[in-house]
Design a protein around this ligand. Sequence first.
Ligand code: NAI
Length: 780
Amino acid sequence: MTIKDIFETMDYGPAPEASGDALAWIVDQGGKFGHFIDGAFTAPGAGFDSKNPATGEVLATLSQASQGDIDAAVSAARKAQPAWEKLEGKGRARYLYALARLLQKHARLLAVLETLDNGKPIRESRDIDIPLAQRHFYYHAGMAQLMEAELPEAQALGVCGQIIPWNFPLLMLAWKVAPALAMGNTVVLKPAEWTSLTALCFADICRQAGLPRGVVNIVTGDGAVGEMIVNSEVDKIAFTGSTEVGRKIREATAGSGKSLTLELGGKSPYIVFEDADIDSAVEGLVDAIWFNQGQVCCAGSRLLVQEGIAEAFHAKLRARMDKLRIGNPLDKCIDVGAIVDPEQRNRVAALVDAHGGEGEVYTAKCDLPDGCFYPPTLVSGLSPASALMQDEIFGPVLVSSTFRTPSEAIMLANNTRYGLAASVWSENINVALDIAPKLVAGVVWVNGTNMFDAAAGFGGVRESGFGREGGWEGLAAYTKPKGKGKALKPVAEFPGDNAEPQPVDRTAKLYIGGKQARPDGGYARNIFDKSGKLIGQAPIANRKDVRNAVEAARAAKGWSGATAHNRAQVLYYIGENLSARGDEFAAQINRLTGGKTGAAEVEAAVDRLFTYAAWADKFDGQVRSVPMRGVALAMREACGVIGALCPDELPLLGLISVMAPAIAMGNRVVLVASGPFPLVATDFYQVLETSDVPGGVVNILTGSHAELASTLATHMDVEAVWSFSSTDLSEVVEKGGAGNLKRTWVNHGIARDWMGEAGEGRTFLDQATEVKTVWVPYGA
Ligand code: NAI
């Protein structure tokens, strides 16, 4: 036998991690767990078994929380919250730091427990899940320390309900609990029913850290318990899980005033160009799709490989698949562990079995052990529309397709309802960095995959949800502006006699695609002044007009690619032109509103245009200090098309306060002007026409907010909807937005002082942008 033969035939000996300490910890707890409420474990109640998926053995018995348990947990969190917030950041930082230290101290126990409970390879829980969980607590201990100095306008939301999945049980807990506590919130967290043990161990760690009672509460159970949390008196829901459940939660919380962040599924593209380092790209793919058995929301599950290298690439990939070691997750030599539960295994198998004969299915040549395992699988040669290319499988199944040109790669990559992550492989940095901004995804990895860190935001767009976790942007999900705000007061239009024929001086039109347009329905309504005298007629826009406006806005995508300098120039120009006609606008505002503040409103509007012109090229991205050689860029991107119901009370300033930040950041907008006082907006488009605003960037409709809100919110080509109408349309907008899970920003019945500081600034810019994290590791 030659040395070469020996190397080729040599097998790995088993190197199992001992499970004794973790099993002993379970036994020490009595093997049966209650909930962790108000600093203590409740007596175990009726519940269900938690099993080791690799062996089927029962590890512990968990309790199914009742409504009473949820009420007790929420009220403990509510009671604890004011004192926790009052500790101030520096006080809370000490506790977060202590939690991080204890997670580090118990790292081995937690890693083994996680692997026993979830089936993931010990290498992963030991080297990724647990260290990253610690890192989140350390990082957010720092955020707590800096809160008062760096976020002087922010305060805690209150009590946060947090619902997490089974794929990264402790890590998802850390992602949610650490920022919430750092910002002064208290939490009620529900781990997934298949994997609750590390969360319960974390509860024990909270006790060891001396965390005040009620700050962290952990309740166990299935989706019904999740629903109870969603419907309880919490101030926020943070959810990670399936798009289907995320959508339900969006609908259930609509109009309730609860904040919401959703981190949902994905079908992330893994794009390999022909100039890529092929061996690295194949190895990266192993991490992209076989890490955690593919049960990863951002798994690189959709391989797109350039045609010229497709055959060679697939051959190397198949050979590599055959070398993957599948088996006992506690064995340190194992690459692929067990699927979390037979139910999930069956779901994966059913999806693959239903592929209908399209494409070629390749299964890794491996001995599948007994237990809940599924072999690494590749389905190649699929058409872009096939179900396997579109639907999230959430298992060790890779699908693949080919492309010819970079633009085709982008088109295929973006041909999905999701937008979580993407990988780009090319040795040409120009190509990679040209593609990254064009991918519709919250995270892009260049020549890498599945890189995560607390300092870098993570989260998606489209049906992958909204909100970010990690980084500075992640804190927005756990804070709100200081101050309470006054209740919204509906602004009514002035009545007049519609029957009496009156001379009309002008019939206004809608403004769509840079042109004045008659309303589709052909109707207009009379607008009267305070004394009942007719001022003019405002068109009544309908669904069709909304659709036309959205189409025009979509077509104006060049605006998003224009330079920030360019956009600033256009905003300055609008400001100048408005200023030149200031007296006329002031008079019209006074006439419409029956007030005397027209001149002040125009002045403030011009100033606001200048402010956002100033911001256009200064609301920068950042480079994040992640622990790797390379950079993680937090890039600000436009959301796309934003639909907005403008404030009723200040017809010019309200419209500009909404329009200016949105277009400054590169969005295109469909604005529904003030309901009672629309005729300033219809004059304003003449200003737009003379200010070099490209057609379609700003579209202005007039009509009933209540009627148009739902059309805007349910429109699949609108990325975000804002509602500042004086009638509270939050529920309509949030519920309507559930369809394509668009971002919404609504007033929840609280008025805003548009003339004051609350009417402008960073909050608006944050709402007008998405943060995309682009990871660029170094390496020659
Ligand atoms: P799921 O979305 O049902 O479960 C996630 C969490 O939500 C669990 O804690 C569950 O108890 C809870 N939950 C379930 N129904 C709820 C409801 N109506 N209200 C509130 N909370 C509720 O995910 P599941 O069934 O475990 O997996 C199904 C599929 O979802 C997977 O095959 C995968 O495609 C996707 N998924 C995606 C995840 C991600 O990280 N993006 C994580 C887990 C699953």
